[in-house]
Design a protein around this ligand. Structure first.
Ligand SMILES: CC(=O)SCCNC(=O)CCNC(=O)[C@H](O)C(C)(C)COP(=O)(O)OP(=O)(O)OC[C@H]1O[C@@H](n2cnc3c(N)ncnc32)[C@H](O)[C@@H]1OP(=O)(O)O
Ligand SMILES: CC(=O)C(=O)O
Length: 538
């Protein structure tokens, strides 16, 4: 059976730019366009030329290689001809493959926002589409507030869509601008538009996520006949965002109900790049990826639960709706207080440590992890501390060095120039091979001072830890009040590019940090020795 083509229209750089807190530079836009173009989107909407200097400059500097490049803008204003409308002129000057015109389709908006007559608005749509088509560009019309407009004045909303279609628009995109429409309404209204003479092959859907239904609404529209979906990377967009293409693309490709009837430009090889695309975009936005994002989140195929892990390791299909590799993601079986033997055996196996299910040392390790997690440790996020603990219980860890004592001071004082300064200083006494060494260091804060002092002189091991660096430091207060317990997580890295997390817990933040720092250094020393299994830690 031949499958019908669904066209993917990406509006990350236009509607996504309307996201509170997101502000793309020209360079960002260039990089994101390349990501989208390489990934295989059919349309990439770059922004609104003429609306701001960034977008105008961007359209001068960037072109897509494969995707149709789209400029966005509004239909001409009432009272001026298309050839005299400065907005339309800027759109045409951007010289893109396609132009997407936003048009009012709710009579209430025509009266209130535009202040013109319904007929004048239809003239604006007709003349603007004709100008775009006349200039040899592909025209599309975003019918703003289409669903609300349809509910308020069915005949007028339909007239707007019909006018755009008859004027030559390739796509008429039905927009749920305020995001309140529900899937059953989308299904019913799209069917009515098709019945009124605008074919599904010319229809698109632009859904906002204000009731968490942007994906459901987009799929409902496809089921009812539309063949273009507008959306964004990771669902960014005005207010609560747009339909998330990173979720929609695998759903269309991997869920039988859609994949048996439809196809997109994204083949199975491309689909395996999806997680990378989503994370690369977050990287450009300088924000952490959403762990729970469908398909691509770090938790999307992770389990802590013992019952799940046990079955998952027998056959992944028991707890996975798709194979994680099909979208470039990974299965993760974690250790925690929710885990049983299967979780632990799998986590140890990943580190090359083989342990029998009936080995009493395994029971001891599980008991210690559960006990410690009850006091605040979180091993699922501290792989290196788990590896160390497991090595200590199941095998041996050399006694590299011993910290006899440490002292950390924070002093607020006037310096020699009379400026008020807060100074942190740490003193550490370390014993290596029976020899005691004392190191003193000043740091930006007490933890930094302690870290520097600890790593200042480890005697014969010093040269081995020169490339050790702290990459991240996270503090979490586990309960409030004066008896608060603090959990510290530290991410470390070294010259090989490896990264590992360690954890410390105490009612004293410096002590919790000390534990995590010590685990990090010892892990590094073991790693240098290719100590059994530990090199595999992520
Ligand atoms: C649903 C959507 O997401 S649509 C996209 C929304 N995105 C943006 O607005 C971001 C970019 N916008 C801008 O930078 C500015 O609004 C501009 C440059 C486009 C226009 O700026 P200004 O000329 O100062 O107008 P302003 O923003 O104050 O008001 C919008 C004007 O466009 C008119 N307008 C709005 N939609 C349309 C339309 N579809 N067709 C014709 N005119 C329209 C309004 O009636 C209003 O006109 P008025 O100034 O005569 O009252
Ligand atoms: C065009 C658009 O972004 C909307 O109607 O939501």
């Amino acid at each position: 059976m031949t499958r019908e083509r669904i066209y993917l229209f990406d509006t990350t750089l236009r509607d996504g730019q309307q996201t509170p807190g997101i502000d793309f530079s020209v360079e960002d836009k260039i990089a994101i366009t390349t990501l989208l173009d390489d990934f295989g989107m059919d349309y990439v909407e770059g922004g609104y030329p003429g609306a701001n200097p960034t977008d105008t400059e961007f359209f001068k500097r960037k072109r897509t290689k494969k995707a149709s490049f789209v400029a966005f803008g509004m239909t001409k204003r009432a009272g001026v001809s298309a050839s005299n409308d400065p907005g339309l002129a800027a759109l045409l000057e951007a010289n893109t493959d396609a132009i997407c015109l936003v048009a009012k389709s709710w009579d209430y908006h025509v009266a209130v926002a535009l202040g013109c007559s319904n007929e004048e608005n239809l003239d604006n749509i007709r003349a603007s589409v004709a100008a775009v088509v006349g200039a040899g560009r592909e025209a599309m019309v975003d019918c703003e507030h289409f669903f609300d407009g349809y509910k308020a004045n069915r005949a007028y909303a339909l007239a707007c869509a019909q006018t755009a279609f008859e004027a030559g628009a390739r796509w008429i995109v039905l927009c749920d601008t305020n995001g309140g429409t529900q899937p059953h309404e989308v299904r019913e209204i799209v069917s009515a538009v098709i019945a009124a003479g605008v074919p599904g092959a010319s229809l698109g859907i632009h859904a906002h996520n204000d009731t968490g239904q942007a994906i459901a609404n987009s799929l409902a529209a496809v089921e009812a006949g539309v063949r273009q979906i507008q959306g964004t990377l990771n669902g960014i967009g005005e207010r609560c965002g747009n339909a998330n293409l990173v979720t929609l693309i695998p759903t269309l490709a991997l869920k039988e109900i859609y994949s048996s009837r439809f196809e997109t430009a994204i083949d199975s090889d491309r689909l395996q790049e999806l997680t990378k695309l989503s994370h690369a975009f977050d990287e450009l936005l300088n924000r952490s990826p959403d762990m729970q994002a469908p398909y691509v989140g770090a938790s999307a195929f992770a389990t802590k639960a013992g019952i799940h892990a046990s079955a998952l390791l027998k056959d992944p299909r028991t707890y996975e709706h798709i194979a994680p590799e099909s979208v470039g993601n990974l299965r993760k079986v974690m250790v925690s207080d929710q885990g049983g033997k299967a979780n632990f055996i799998n986590a140890l196996k990943r580190r090359g440590i083989v342990v029998g299910k009936d080995d009493p040392k395994l029971d001891k390790l599980i008991a210690i992890v559960k006990e410690r997690e009850a006091t605040g440790y979180a091993y699922e996020g501290a792989d290196a501390s788990f590896a160390l603990l497991a090595s200590r219980i199941l095998g041996t860890v050399p006694d590299f060095f011993h910290v006899e004592s440490f002292r950390v001071m924070v002093e607020r004082r006037f310096d020699a120039n009379g400026h008020l300064k807060t100074v942190s200083e740490a003193v550490v006494r370390v014993v290596v091979d029976g020899e005691t060494m004392m190191s003193v260091a000043e740091g930006h804060g007490p933890v930094n001072a302690l870290d520097l002092a600890l790593r200042k002189d480890l005697g014969k091991y010093q040269s081995e830890i020169e490339d050790l660096e702290l990459a991240d430091y996270k503090v979490r207060i586990l309960n409030g009040g004066t008896e608060a317990i603090t959990r510290v997580l530290i991410e470390s890295t070294d010259g090989t590019g490896a990264r590992w997390w360690t954890v410390g817990v105490s009612d004293n933040i410096i002590d919790a940090s000390f534990q995590a720092l010590m685990d990090s250094i010892i892990f590094k020393l073991l790693k240098n020795r290719d100590h059994v299994g530990l090199i595999a830690a992520e």
